[in-house]
Every structure is written in structure tokens, then in C-alpha cells.
Design a protein around this ligand. Structure first.
Ligand code: CA
Length: 233
């Protein structure tokens, strides 16, 4: 794809400048917005490929920006939040954000998140990828209609819940899914004991999926937040 256009939404000028300088240095095209109102306007007028969105904006809550943009666009949104705003991150992800960065962040982190997101974008742009009945990611293969998964061509012996978890993560490759979102999708509710069960199922799923569980390749844990399936290059 062509160089993606990035929209940076941040009211703090030094942070905004750092971000735009970084993007410029790495030859990304970018736009900047200091308010939520400007963000929504630029998002609709320029249709950027990715949005970095600070959650603490002077005129509106960043989560409100996500809700407005999500009413007409699936563009990946990476939220930026202060360390004290852990709940906000979860709210933002549940409102449709794809990923988050915690302040203060390094230039390397910013670029790493952007690379993961651009990989997600290329999956989203592959025509019919979402509808495809076979999923492949590195050595992992899932045959959705047949209800089976393979690692290195060997069938994985998964329980029905493990399989549903794996499918949910795979269908959202590149996106951070919150505990609430996952438990709602699998069990239709999100009680404390559902979240505890989720942890247990994730442990057993990972044992089957990750050859070296200490350095997982596929499923990334976001402590206190959720999980993400990574796209293997
Ligand atoms: Ca701010």
C-alpha cells in the first residue's frame, strides 16, 4: 500500500510535535488536530488510515471521538492515555479502539505500535479476508467451517471453548480485545468468575498453541486489559 496517512490528535503541543517529527522522519504522511472537534472533522474530510488519539482532550472525551468516528469508519485507532487512566483505556478499547499507548512513551514504542497497526490495516484491506473460511498466520491455520485448527499442519486438540477463543482472537488479529469483550463474546456475560475462567482457558489454549509459552508468538497478554493475536510476518 502507499504510505499511510496518520492523524495525530493531541492537545499537548510538545507531545504532538514529538509525534509529528517522528512520523515525518520515518516518511509517514500525517495531519494533526489539537481538539476532538478538529479530529472528527479531519477524520471525515481526509479519511486517514490510522488515528493516534489522546483520551484527555480539552473539548470532548476521546472516547466520544471514537464513538463518532466508529459510526462511519473502521480506521484503526490507537489511543494515548496517561498512566492513571487504566479504566479509560478499557473503555476506549470497548468503544472500538484497536490499541493503546501509555504516556510517557518512547519514539520506538510509537513506531512499533504503528507497525502492528499497519499490518492489521493490510489484513483489513485484503479483499474478503474477513469472510475467508481459512485463516493462516505463520504456522497456525484455522479452518472455520470445519471447526479445526492446525499448527505446522498438525491438528490442535482444542476444547470447544478454546476453539471459540482462538477464532475470536484470529478474527481480530492485531487488535487488543478486552477481558469484558472476550467474555461477552464467549459466554454472553462478563462476571468476575467469567474473567477468572477466561484466564484459565487462555493458559490451556496457549500451552497447545505456543511451542515456547515463555515467549509467546501468537497471543500477547495485556496485563489488566486483555489479549491480542499478533500477525506473524
Ligand atoms: Ca491531553
Amino acid at each position: 500500500m502507499n504510505k499511510p496517512l496518520i492523524l495525530v490528535v493531541e492537545d499537548d503541543a510538545p507531545v504532538r510535535n514529538l509525534m509529528s517529527t517522528t512520523l515525518k522522519t520515518h516518511e509517514y504522511k500525517y495531519l494533526t488536530a489539537p481538539t476532538g472537534r478538529d479530529a472528527v472533522m479531519l477524520a471525515s474530510s481526509h479519511n486517514p488510515d490510522v488515528m493516534f488519539l489522546d483520551l484527555g482532550l480539552p473539548d470532548m472525551d476521546g472516547v466520544e471521538v471514537i464513538r463518532q468516528v466508529r459510526s462511519w469508519s473502521n480506521m484503526p485507532i490507537i489511543v494515548i492515555s496517561a498512566r492513571s487512566e487504566d479504566e479509560d483505556k478499557i473503555t476506549a478499547l470497548d468503544a472500538g479502539a484497536d490499541d493503546y499507548l501509555t504516556k510517557p512513551f518512547s519514539v520506538e514504542e510509537l513506531l512499533a505500535r504503528l507497525r502492528v497497526t499497519i499490518r492489521r490495516l493490510s489484513i483489513m484491506n485484503t479483499s474478503g479476508a474477513a469472510e475467508s473460511s481459512i485463516y493462516t498466520n505463520g504456522k497456525l491455520k484455522i479452518d472455520y467451517p470445519a471447526g479445526c485448527a492446525f499448527l505446522n499442519e498438525e491438528p490442535l486438540k482444542l476444547t470447544p471453548i478454546e476453539f471459540r477463543l482462538l477464532c475470536l482472537l484470529a478474527k481480530n488479529t492485531g487488535k487488543v480485545l478486552t477481558h469484558t469483550y472476550i467474555t461477552q463474546s464467549i459466554w454472553g456475560r462478563s462476571w468476575d468468575n467469567d474473567i477468572a475462567s477466561l484466564r484459565v482457558f487462555m493458559v490451556t489454549l496457549r500451552k497447545k498453541l505456543e511451542p515456547t509459552p515463555d515467549s509467546p508468538q501468537f497471543i500477547q497478554t495485556h496485563v489488566g486489559i486483555g489479549y491480542r493475536m499478533l500477525k506473524i510476518e
